[in-house]
Design a protein around this ligand. Structure first.
Ligand SMILES: Cc1cc2nc3c(=O)[nH]c(=O)nc-3n(C[C@H](O)[C@H](O)[C@H](O)COP(=O)(O)OP(=O)(O)OC[C@H]3O[C@@H](n4cnc5c(N)ncnc54)[C@H](O)[C@@H]3O)c2cc1C
Length: 537
């Protein structure tokens, strides 16, 4: 019997049997098919030495999570590490800085609220290695709020992959019958079939908007899909369906952590970044803040960075920095430059922190996703969980909120964006009407990694194509699924491992969610062709 007959047959029979035997059996079948939700992606040879004996200088360009992971890992192993960071603080998009609200009154602000998911295995280990996995709280519930006050809550759903899809329907996020009625309903299966090679070959040039058009997503499901799509800071017509499939696989369909995540109750600087800097310095690394890298030269076996000599380089800036450093670099082959030339940022995103004299009603988790009218994608009630913000409201009353827009419409001017965020906030929370804005910090940036149509093929990998120059960052193409903070951290480990391997040292263990979806490799219904430009011919 050919595999494409016996494999689905076996799976179907197992599911039917398991269904009768009960949910625990079904859960354990799913777990074993998905390799216990956690897989090592490299082999650590424990007979190898851990520490370098001959000096080797490494420049780490960019001090975000990716750069910090690589820098701390290498410094601990005896490399002479220097971190070059353009900002006056470490952390990149997880960085934070102090602002003066009034004479003698300060507050920390950051690039935005961050969720730490249960499947961030590498980040978890990295933070744990410095004792920084304390001081987190669980969000408890995942809420999507509509302007009419309607809300979708899915905190306490079954977290087993596939069963969690059924649970979403039971929770009222969508109706089975709408999915069954959808024109091209067979297409929903693509989300269970993640396989890096196949998925990107087939669907990287298909947009989420194309998928929506073909399936005519029922409204509840569209809202849930949009929530994932926003993780990419991208409008629907620009977002690659392959990246969205990867996101679903990574966050929802390959592990049983569910969508409920944790967040730190202190600002990122005291919580993570000051201890990371101390860890670097303890291992002899140098940190150059407010030092933008403007010159990279490949010089013989090594490099010069801003004129200083190094044996190896980890390029861990954001994509704007990586593009400008690499396209201007000397001694870099043209084909490598071309890959960096293609690395463009996504749309602008806005983060507005406000200190108000009025508070929003209780009953929501600290971070709530909103069904955007024009700009407001999410908001955070900082005073309800962060110690520093709570101190402010204890003294002044009111609220400390943060408003996010992940893909700012191109035509909007900065002031318009800010005003629209505030207006939409009042639309969702009419009790704020007539508020007084006591303080505000507004950021409008364009430095986020784009996951747009057709970008995957040229995306740089860890080995940059220049000997001795490794890439790290959430923009790097990794051989396993990871996203955002976890991609940044994992890519930092993978870059460090390349240099450890080269020096004959023991690698750090890197882990991943399962590499493939539960239905990967199964025969696909003919409807899939509808998704592929040119019908897959
Ligand atoms: C508003 C917002 C909310 C987010 N929410 C989440 C979330 O909830 N969960 C999640 O997992 N992720 C979230 N992310 C994404 C997450 O922050 C990033 O994926 C991650 O921090 C990227 O880390 P990185 O090290 O790859 O890059 P970055 O953090 O961008 O760090 C790159 C560093 O390089 C520096 N640099 C650039 N050019 C140069 C140069 N020429 N010389 C020297 N230094 C340079 C930059 O200053 C920066 O410090 C969010 C991001 C934003 C903006």
């Amino acid at each position: 019997m050919p595999w494409f007959v016996w494999l689905p047959l076996t799976v179907m029979v197992s599911f039917v049997l398991a269904w009768f035997l009960g949910p625990p059996v079904l859960r354990s079948l799913i777990k074993s098919r998905l390799q216990n939700y956690r897989v090592p992606v490299n082999t650590v040879d424990s007979t190898r030495p851990t520490t370098l004996t001959t000096p080797r200088r490494v420049a780490v360009l960019g001090g975000g999570v990716a750069g910090l992971t690589a820098a701390i890992t290498l410094a601990r192993r005896g490399f002479q590490v220097e971190v070059f960071e353009a900002n006056p603080y470490l952390g990149g998009k997880l960085g934070s800085w102090k602002v003066e609200l009034a004479p003698g009154e300060h507050a920390w602000v950051s690039h935005g609220f961050h969720a730490f998911f249960a499947n961030y295995y590498n980040l978890d280990r990295f933070l744990g290695s410095m004792g920084l996995r304390t001081g987190f709280q669980s969000i408890g519930e995942y809420v999507i709020l509509g302007t009419t006050g309607a809300q979708v809550r899915f905190g306490k759903l079954d977290t087993t992959p596939v069963l969690n899809l059924i649970a979403l329907a039971r929770a009222g996020v969508y109706r089975f019958r709408d999915v069954l009625k959808a024109p091209a309903r067979d297409l929903f299966g693509v989300f269970l079939e993640y396989d890096a090679k196949e998925t990107f070959e087939r669907y990287d040039k298909v947009s989420f908007a194309d998928f929506d058009r073909l399936t005519q997503l029922p409204p509840g499901l569209k809202l849930a899909f949009n929530t994932f799509a926003r993780a990419f800071f991208s409008d629907e017509d620009k977002l690659s369906l392959a990246e969205l499939i990867k996101s679903f696989h990574f966050y929802y369909l390959s592990q049983d952590g569910g969508l409920v995540y944790e967040y730190p109750v202190h600002d990122y600087e005291p919580a993570f970044l000051a201890p990371m800097r101390a860890e670097l310095e303890k291992h002899g690394a140098k940190v150059h803040l407010s030092t933008k890298v403007s010159s990279l030269v490949k010089a013989g076996e090594g490099f010069t960075v801003n004129g200083a000599a190094f044996d190896r380089v980890v390029l861990s800036t954001d994509i704007v920095g990586a593009r400008s450093i690499m396209t201007a670099a000397t001694g870099v082959p043209d084909d490598v430059k071309a890959r960096f030339e293609a690395l463009v940022p996504g749309q602008r995103y806005a983060v507005l922190r406000v200190w108000l004299d009025k508070d929003v009603r209780e009953g929501y988790p600290p971070f709530v996703i909103t069904d955007r009218v024009k700009v407001l994608d999410a908001f955070t009630t900082y005073h309800r969980f962060e110690h520093e913000a709570a101190e402010w409201t204890k003294k002044h009353g009111g609220a400390v909120l943060e408003l996010h827009c992940y893909a700012v419409p191109e035509a909007m001017a900065p002031d318009e964006v800010k005003q629209a965020l505030l207006d939409e906030l009042v639309q969702f929370f009419p009790e704020l009407k007539g508020y007084t804005l006591k303080h505000e910090v507004f950021q409008l940036n364009r430095n986020f990694t784009a996951f747009h149509l057709g970008m995957s093929a040229a995306r740089p990998e860890t080995e940059s194509g220049v000997a001795g120059l490794m890439c790290a960052g959430d923009w790097v193409k990794l051989p396993f699924p990871a996203m955002l903070l976890e991609a940044a951290c994992a890519s930092g480990y993978v870059a460090a491992n390349a240099l450890l391997r080269e020096a004959g040292l023991r690698e750090e263990q890197v882990e991943s969610v399962p590499l493939k979806g539960i239905m990967a490799g199964m025969p696909q219904p003919p409807a899939r062709k509808l998704l592929i430009p040119g019908g897959g011919k």
